[in-house]
Write a protein that binds this ligand. Structure first.
Ligand SMILES: Nc1nc2c(c(CN[C@H]3C=C[C@H](O)[C@@H]3O)cn2[C@@H]2O[C@H](COP(=O)(O)O)[C@@H](O)[C@H]2O)c(=O)[nH]1
Length: 306
């Protein structure tokens, strides 16, 4: 994803609140000695997988809703992944394109067995409708057709998803420049690659083109590792759990600097050890470290993008 890589680098070199510290990157790379801890996709055992097109439909619905869990302190990503899995096991047609277009907020809550309104519930429902509608209109109702039309190219799939599904168009304007982060579109590709183990619907000859997924967990991990440094004002906002608005300089810098830092880390691993790791692999390692550390404080932005 050249757009993501290039525009994130632009932010990192013009940033005012977040600094990517190259000595922090060097320390991390030294510590891991050329091999990042291997984290298996679905190490938690929470995702639906049957090795067929229904798994693709599941992952697309999952990533359409894969954002903003923190406003409910008891809700997290695991609830979404396992809730959708149970819903599908219970009713194989639950994610058919026509059904997706009809869900209401209370029905979605019921599907996930969540006892109260979900954060940004109206947006979640709107995005489900969009997925159902666009899949039906352009892809015969099936996410597997969308994937098949990309000729095993991750970059093409991200481009196609962001072209057809407005909710996946994760971008901002920063200091007058358009910045692309495409977190949910890219994680959909990574989820396919991980779930299908690089085969079938998960085979992408250019999986190396995907960047890390700029969410709210990985930036916090990078800060803990000394890779990101925050201005004292930004550090204070995060420590006191104050919200940061979507599209603000601070928010775009937190996300874009994370993409840039992971790209730099990948480059340094290659230089030091000759090993070619993928941003997807670095991301899953960093993310799994973050979610296993409940005390880690992350930035809080109300956003449909992550
Ligand atoms: N960078 C990055 N961000 C990720 C994921 C995943 C899940 N990936 C699955 C794929 C295979 C594995 O087995 C994982 O289960 C979720 N998120 C983001 O985290 C946040 C949720 O945090 P909390 O509220 O604490 O649950 C939220 O922004 C969500 O969008 C990832 O892999 N990378």
């Amino acid at each position: 994803m050249d757009d993501v890589r290039e525009t994130s680098a632009w932010v990192a070199t013009h940033s005012s609140h977040v600094l990517v510290d190259s000595s922090g990157i060097e320390k991390v790379v030294e510590n891991i000695q050329g091999s990042i801890p291997k984290v298996e996709w679905d190490y938690e055992g929470i995702h639906y997988f049957d090795n067929g097109p229904l798994s693709v439909q599941y992952l697309f619905v999952l990533d359409a809703l894969n954002f903003c869990f923190w406003p409910d302190k008891d809700l997290n990503y695991d609830h979404l992944a396992s809730g959708l899995k149970a819903a599908l096991q219970n009713d194989k047609s639950a994610f058919d394109a026509d059904r997706l277009q009809k869900y209401t907020g209370p029905e979605l809550r019921e599907l996930l067995k969540w006892p109260r309104p979900l954060p940004l519930e109206d947006e979640r429902v709107r995005l489900l409708h969009e997925v159902g509608f666009e899949l039906e209109r352009n892809f015969g109702g099936k996410a597997s057709n969308l994937v098949e039309s990309c000729g095993k190219s991750a970059a093409k799939l991200v481009a196609l998803v962001t072209r057809h599904f407005a909710g996946f168009r994760d971008h901002s304007v920063y200091k007058g420049h358009q910045v692309f982060l495409y977190k949910r579109a890219q994680i959909f590709v990574a989820d396919l690659w991980g779930a299908f183990k690089g085969q079938g619907y998960g085979e992408f000859y250019d999986i190396g083109s995907i960047t890390m997924f700029a969410d709210y967990v990985v930036p916090a991990v990078l800060e803990q590792l000394g890779v990101l440094k925050y201005s004292s004002r930004l550090a204070n906002i995060i420590e006191t759990n104050n919200e940061i608005s979507s599209g603000s300089e601070e928010e775009v810098e937190l996300r874009a600097c994370s993409v840039y830092a992971v790209e730099k880390m990948k480059e340094l691993i290659r230089i030091k050890s000759g090993k070619q790791v993928l941003s997807v692999e670095l991301d899953l390692w960093l993310w799994s470290v973050g979610v296993q550390c409940p005390a880690l404080q992350h930035h809080r932005t109300l956003s449909i993008y992550y």
